[in-house]
Design a binder for this molecule. Structure first.
Ligand code: SF4
Length: 369
């Protein structure tokens, strides 16, 4: 079944490292207008496919800023059109905000998973990242999740951030485990062109390359010791709590993205809406991605995405999907790489944790050498 992604491009302030499409929160009338546009687009997208959906993900931006009533309207329309039976329905939220009422309405409308932008549990670390929230607000947000009966929640943690220490990472993972998070995403800070962090890179006291690798491996070990299984380069989950929605991306399954800058992959075609709220509100058509070097849904694309997963590229799943065995040259290329970085067996090809640090290079070596 399909995954649905709904992009909510509003934030109360812009974090200095972020290059997602987000703009300042508009007034209520504009938010209502946005919800109208999302519902209209859901109806248009339904016409492209017969598939129902079993995941829905509100990402952003800050989707929780829409508030309970607007989220409920979108969810009701998505359920009417795409069924969403026994679906995983996730919303990203910023712990800086008053969230209880939004959580309660989201839960009542069928929402069952929240992803909180924790990033750090150090007040100083959050300040250096330009985040709006404090560690105390994070604790309130987690209590509000529990009050709203949302037990399945994920915390984001940023790694290799300005001034971060190993103790910061250990504290953040311990906090997640003690708070009962079912899922942890640990992303390395990336300096994106055009952001204030990119412009100020030399002044940020960022860790060097060796420290970045050490921090990543430390986060992986700490997460594992706390009972989280790593299942993707940057993602860890308690048993059975992997993100069903994000697994659709890594399994090269179909998904529909709605909202400015949202991407879709349906029936072998990729398309996206432009990074413009005005264009989206005006009903612009999505643009087909024409510069795909790797065809959508192709064996190479599938392999490239699967190699991000700890389960790797599995021979039986590949054969079921494409009706042919794994290309022998992929096995040969993988076998020529150090076993500390890539493992090869009759059943699969998989990157190791050390290999994940070099994933782009290794994937290119395996698939396109
Ligand atoms: S809250 Fe999230 S989406 Fe908004 S600016 Fe910060 S990182 Fe970007």
């Amino acid at each position: 079944m399909l995954g649905l992604y709904i992009h909510v491009p509003f934030c109360l302030s812009k974090c200095p490292y972020c290059d997602f499409y987000s703009i300042p929160l508009p007034d209520d009338a504009m938010l209502d207008h946005y919800v109208d546009a999302v519902c209209r687009t859901l109806r248009q997208e339904r016409a492209r496919t017969d598939e129902d959906a079993d995941t829905l993900y509100f990402g952003g931006g800050t989707p929780s800023l829409l508030g309970g009533k607007r989220l409920t309207r979108i969810l009701a329309e998505a359920q009417r059109l795409f069924r969403l039976q026994e679906a995983e329905i996730t919303m990203e939220a910023n712990p800086a905000d008053e969230l209880y009422e939004t959580f309660a309405a989201f839960r009542a409308a069928g929402g069952n998973r929240v992803s909180l932008g924790m990033q750090s549990v150090s007040a100083d670390g959050l300040r250096r990242l330009g985040r709006r929230h404090t560690p105390a607000q994070l604790e309130v947000a987690i209590r509000d999740l529990s009050r709203a009966d949302i037990r399945n929640f994920s915390l984001d943690l940023m790694l290799a951030t300005p001034g971060q220490t190993p103790t910061d990472i250990e504290n953040a993972v311990s906090f997640a485990a003690a708070a009962g998070a079912s899922h942890l995403s640990a992303y390395l800070l990336k300096l994106e062109p055009g952001t204030p962090f990119y412009a100020a890179a030399d002044t940020l006291a960022l860790p060097d390359e060796d420290a970045v690798a050490a921090y990543y491996l430390l986060a992986c070990r700490e997460a594992e010791a706390a009972g989280y299984r790593q299942y993707e380069i940057s993602n860890f989950a308690k048993p059975g709590c992997e993100s069903r929605h994000n697994l659709k991306y890594w399994n090269s399954d179909d998904y529909i993205g709605i909202g400015p800058a949202a991407h879709s992959a349906v029936s072998g075609q990729r398309y996206h809406y432009p990074r413009s709220l005005d264009a989206f509100l005006a009903g612009c058509k999505p643009e087909i991605d024409r510069d795909d070097e790797i065809p959508t849904g192709s064996p190479a694309e599938y392999a490239m995405l699967r190699l991000r997963l700890t389960d790797g590229l599995q021979a039986d799943l590949f054969e079921q999907r494409f009706g042919k065995p794994l290309p022998p040259e992929w096995r040969e290329n993988a076998a020529a790489l150090p076993s500390s970085l890539v493992t090869v067996s009759p059943a699969d090809i998989a990157l190791t944790r050390d290999g994940f640090l070099l994933s782009n290079t290794l994937i290119a070596e395996i698939l396109w050498k």
